[in-house]
Design a protein around this ligand. Structure first.
Ligand SMILES: [Zn+2]
Length: 340
C-alpha cells in the first residue's frame, strides 16, 4: 500500500512539473504505457496476499482514475495556454492600415469627350453614334466629293480588302445617316467617334483620332446660330478670356465654310512648335450644310438649312492641358496617362 501511495504522489508531482504538451506525452508513456507504472502496479494485484488484495485493487484503481483525470485536466490547460501563446505571437493587428487598391480612371481623351458632350447637351444637342467602317459612297460621295474630287487628297485613308469599304476619315458620314433616319424632323446632334487617316505621324497628327461632329438642321438655321454655338462652346470649354477668330475656308460639304482658331495656350500667341510659330491653333472646321448634302440626306434645301462643325477632341485636350505632342494619347505611357 505504501508503494501505491508513493506512486500517487510521484505521478501528481511529476505531472505538475510538466511544462508543455510534449512533457505531458512523456508523462503518459511513463505512467500509462504498456510497461508504465500504473500498469505494473495493477499487475501486482496477483502477488498480494488474499486478505489485502481487495483493498489494494480498489486503491490501485482509485489512483489510476485520479492520475488519468489529473492528466486530462493538465492537457486541457496546456492546450489552452499554447493557443494563447500563438495568438500573442502571430496576432492580427487590426490597427494596421489596409493595402491601397489601385484604382483605374478614364483615359484623358474620354474625359474630354465627355466634357464636350456635356457642354453640347446643355445647348440641346443629342449624341448620335455612327459606324467607324464606312463605304466610299457615304464617306465621300454623298458629302459632295465625287470619286476624282481633288479634296479627297486631304482625306487619305485605310481601305479594306472589300472594294469601296474603308475606315472613315471623318465623322461627317454620320450626318448622312442621321439625316436619313430623322428626315423631315429638325436635327440637333453631335456625332463623336474615332476616325482614321493614312498620313505621317507628327506631334500634331496621328493616324487615329477622335472627332466630334455637330449638325443642326431646321427651317431657319443661320450662320449666326453657328457662330453663337461655337462661341458658347469655346467659352464653356476654355474660359471667357480665350481669344477666338473665325476665318473663311473650304470644305466640299459646307457652303460657306469657316475655320475657328483660338490663341495658343502653350505660348499664349507668341509662337511655339505646337502652333507652328503662328500663335493660333485651329480648333474646328465648320460651315453651313451644302445644299447637295441636305438633298442627299433627304431634306429640301429650299425649305431647310443647317450648320455643321467638326473638331478633334485630342487637339482640344492639348489646348486644355497644354500638351505639346499628340502622340502621347495612344502611346499607353502611364507616366502621361496618370496625370489626368
Ligand atoms: Zn504656340
Amino acid at each position: 500500500m505504501s508503494d501505491l501511495a508513493s506512486l500517487e504522489q510521484r505521478g501528481l508531482s511529476e505531472l505538475a512539473a510538466c511544462a508543455d504538451e510534449a512533457a505531458l506525452r512523456a508523462w503518459i508513456t511513463k505512467f500509462f504505457g504498456k510497461q508504465g507504472e500504473v500498469a505494473l502496479a495493477l499487475r501486482k494485484v496477483g502477488e498480494i496476499a488474499a486478505a489485502e488484495r481487495r483493498a489494494y485493487g480498489q486503491e490501485a484503481n482509485r489512483i489510476k482514475e485520479k492520475l488519468q483525470a489529473a492528466h486530462d485536466e493538465a492537457q486541457a490547460r496546456a492546450k489552452a495556454s499554447a493557443l494563447e501563446a500563438s495568438l500573442r505571437e502571430q496576432g492580427i493587428d487590426v490597427t494596421l492600415p489596409g493595402r491601397p487598391v489601385a484604382r483605374g480612371r478614364l483615359h484623358v481623351a474620354t474625359q474630354v469627350l465627355r466634357d464636350i458632350q456635356a457642354i453640347f447637351a446643355d445647348l440641346g444637342f443629342q449624341v448620335y453614334q455612327s459606324r467607324e467602317v464606312e463605304d466610299d459612297l457615304t464617306n465621300f460621295e454623298l458629302l459632295n466629293m465625287s470619286p476624282h474630287h481633288p479634296a479627297r487628297d486631304m482625306w487619305d485613308t485605310f481601305h479594306t480588302t472589300t472594294p469601296g469599304v474603308l475606315l472613315r476619315t471623318h465623322t461627317s458620314p454620320g450626318q448622312i445617316h442621321v439625316m436619313r433616319e430623322l428626315c423631315p424632323e429638325p436635327i440637333r446632334v453631335i456625332l463623336p467617334g474615332m476616325c482614321y487617316r493614312y498620313e505621317a505621324i507628327t506631334t500634331r497628327s496621328e493616324i487615329m483620332f477622335h472627332q466630334v461632329e455637330g449638325l443642326a438642321i431646321g427651317e431657319h438655321v443661320s450662320m449666326a446660330d453657328l457662330k453663337g454655338t461655337i462661341i458658347a462652346f469655346a467659352q464653356r470649354m476654355f474660359g471667357a478670356e480665350r481669344k477666338v477668330r473665325i476665318r473663311s475656308s473650304y470644305f466640299p460639304f459646307t457652303e460657306p465654310s469657316i475655320e475657328v482658331d483660338m490663341d495658343c495656350i502653350v505660348c499664349k500667341g507668341q509662337g511655339c512648335s505646337l502652333c507652328k510659330r503662328s500663335g493660333w491653333l485651329e480648333i474646328m472646321g465648320a460651315g453651313m450644310v451644302h445644299p447637295a448634302v441636305l438633298k442627299n440626306g433627304g431634306y429640301d434645301p429650299a425649305r431647310f438649312s443647317g450648320f455643321a462643325f467638326g473638331m478633334g477632341p485630342q487637339r482640344i485636350t492639348m489646348l486644355k492641358y497644354a500638351i505639346d505632342d499628340i502622340r502621347q494619347f495612344w502611346a499607353n505611357d502611364l507616366r502621361f496617362l496618370a496625370q489626368f
